[in-house]
Write a protein that binds this ligand. Structure first.
Ligand SMILES: Nc1ncnc2c1ncn2[C@@H]1O[C@H](COP(=O)(O)OP(=O)(O)OP(=O)(O)O)[C@@H](O)[C@H]1O
Length: 266
């Protein structure tokens, strides 16, 4: 074990029992993630990306195998692992400021320190002018900024992100990707980011893990060493995009065949 390794995933399986069969969502996943790495989990729908993320978060534990964070087995969710979902998990009855403050309440800070921290987070995510608004009066991009600020409030060294920008338009998405990269570099977080966008994974990640469709296994573990900010029109970017597209499409086809099979065997 190297000193800088933060997350160890060893022989992790996850099986779900459904009415008529057993689904093997994860099959013998082994991964070591060093502190500070930006990792994307990539693959078509149903390949187990969210299942793996939820296992690391401690929401749904593996059927067998171990997940260790900082040497400690994951048994439940903890403040060392903040989660950002695709659907903005904000409290609709709280303003932006109150939503962010909520993340800080468990930290028992003094009033002054609390106010300073909230102000800093609002500024960091360009939300200062929106502090008194309610989530329903914000755009999708703004809501996702609040969700990120709320997770940052916890000071978790690990951020788990489940397709956080999946519902956003292309421009807003690029903006938030750039901001996330800035925060990641500044705050030295370890990020595990689920996406089914090949381009997004190449734009963001130090390393992209391609998963197979049922059972979910690691198909390819790709290091991405390109300098940032990355240019999606650069030849190196495009070459990698083609390579990953090939891999993802193979799995997509398996998914498709599976669905056709399910329909015809009904
Ligand atoms: N609670 C559950 N009960 C039964 N099967 C489940 C459950 N959760 C997930 N699965 C199955 O496990 C497999 C992996 O699901 P998972 O949601 O992790 O995939 P994913 O790659 O995140 O897909 P998506 O991008 O659609 O979220 C799928 O075949 C799914 O149907």
């Amino acid at each position: 074990m190297s000193m800088s390794d933060l997350i160890h995933i060893r022989n992790v399986d996850k099986r779900f029992a459904t009415a008529d069969k057993e689904v093997v969502a994860l099959d013998d996943i082994n991964l070591t993630i060093p502190a500070g790495q930006f990792v994307c989990l990539l693959g078509p729908s149903g390949c187990g990306k969210s299942t793996l993320l939820n296992a690391i978060a401690g929401f749904s534990l593996p059927s067998s195998g171990d997940i260790l964070v900082d040497g400690q087995p994951v048994r439940e969710p903890g403040p060392d692992r903040g989660m950002v979902f695709q659907e903005y998990a904000l409290f609709p009855w709280m303003t932006v400021e109150q939503n962010i403050r909520f993340g800080l309440e468990i930290k028992r800070l003094g009033q002054r320190e609390m106010a300073e921290k909230v102000d800093a987070l609002l500024a960091m995510l360009s939300l200062s002018d929106f502090r008194h608004r309610f989530p329903k009066d914000l755009s999708g991009g703004m809501r996702q900024r609040v969700a990120i600020a709320r997770v940052l409030a916890l000071d978790s060294p690990i951020m788990l992100m489940d397709e956080p920008f999946g519902a956003l338009d292309a421009l807003t998405r690029r903006n938030l990707q750039d901001e996330l990269l800035k925060l990641w570099a500044e705050l030295k977080k370890t990020i595990i980011f689920v996406t089914h966008s090949i381009e997004e994974s190449i734009y963001l990640a130090d390393r992209t893990i391609v998963l197979t469709y049922r059972p979910g296994r690691i198909k390819r573990d790709v290091q991405i060493d390109m300098e940032r900010p990355r240019d999606p029109s650069a030849p190196g970017f495009n070459a990698l995009k083609r390579e990953l597209a090939e891999l993802v499409m193979e799995e997509q086809r398996r998914h498709h065949n599976d669905e056709i099979h399910a329909v015809t065997s009904d």
